[in-house]
Ligand binder design. Sequence first.
Ligand code: HEC
Length: 439
Amino acid sequence: MRRGYAIACALFAAAWPGFAQDALAQDVMRGHGGPVRALAVSGAALISGSFDSTVIVWDLDRGVAKRVLRFHEGPVNAVAVLDKGCFASGGEDKKVALWCEDREMPVYVLKDHEAPVTSLASSAAGFPDGVALGLVSASFDGTVRDSVFGTGGRQMIVMKHKGAVTAIASTPDRKGVISAGPDGALAFTNLDAGGGWGPLPGQVTITALAVAPDGEIVAACADGNVRLHSALGAMTAEIELDGTPLSSLALSPDDKLIATAGLRGGIAIIDRASRKIVHRMTGPGLPVWSLVFDTDSRTLISGGADRVIRKWDAIEGKALTSALPERDIVAEAVASGERGARVFRACQACHTLSPDDGNRAGPTLHGIFGRRIGTATGYAYSEALPKMGIVWNRETIARLFEIGPNAYTPGTKMPEQTITDAADRQALVEWLERVTASR
Ligand code: HEC
């Protein structure tokens, strides 16, 4: 698993060299060390899951990473927001983790799936309101499972397909789930009362599903088409895109817009009522692996192979540029041509430089030179870090990003990333030494 991931990252890094320091003023969130595979919005927070095996919780407005959660032993394929401020992540490691409050480790882990978890959905079935949490999970093992946490917990298989379940979505009342099996076989399961329909014979693999408030089922398909189905599963419309497999789908909260993207094409915005493609957005950050709308039904968020999360205006059909005037020390240094500051943009979402700005997902780097690893005050390190004997200086920080955090500091929760150019590493540590010095 680890090896496969490392190879995938090397490939992506090689394929998208220029985008590490993109020229556009697009609002981007940098932090993941691998393609961003899954996204979900929870109030003002964005949750992202990546091939780098981490989940990051972002402050969506400020674009900074609040927490890095490292638990999965392989790519994170799915994330879903649940009730009570909790969310779930599902991985290639067959596990589903339930995260609540600001805990550093999952409050519950489901290990029943026998193959990678492909998709997750929130449910509100089978328990009195407010007592427990419901979650539906799907896997390559062919099962759809319904789990309830909080009242002792239970889990059961609610649907069995004849092969991999590639996507699920809950119905608007969250008391039912639509699932897609081999060749796009659709099924509906009533989670409260039991029963349902399907699997109905399909034509082509469905890679992502959404259900609109009126019950209409939206499916992104491997042949590059979006298909719409009635609440009973009958196909009602087929929207042809560019013939390359679609990998992601999002429905705006006001249910007017459908966004979809593939591993080769750009992002398409479809007006659900007219079934017309209203925008096609292309640019850096493609191919896209994941999409989600913000609560305003206008801001579309994409996660790409370039490891970066981007924001788009789905109504205007263009990249969103930052509204905040960037006046911080990093932006100024970048503007004045400082190479080390430019490299540091890959770190900025997680690390601040001055004592006043405090900790983000990672500890402040203020005073890092001469500091022993794992000793910044008020920061909750992973268990592994404080046990190591490293003292940070130019050489050790350069080494950290020459061989990567996983190799240099095993057990770290910092997402895997390397800086391949020795001159970039040198510029970074020289600049860091200047700007992190205690004044
Ligand atoms: C997605 C967030 C994220 C990004 C991006 C990131 N880091 Fe980190 N970093 C962390 C986290 C989290 C830790 C703490 C690791 C732990 O506790 O296991 C950390 C730890 C560190 C440490 C050790 C700090 C100490 O007090 O011992 C250094 C040094 C560091 N990072 C430098 C960098 C640099 C330089 C970059 C950019 C090239 C970078 N990081 C990018 C999240 C990040």
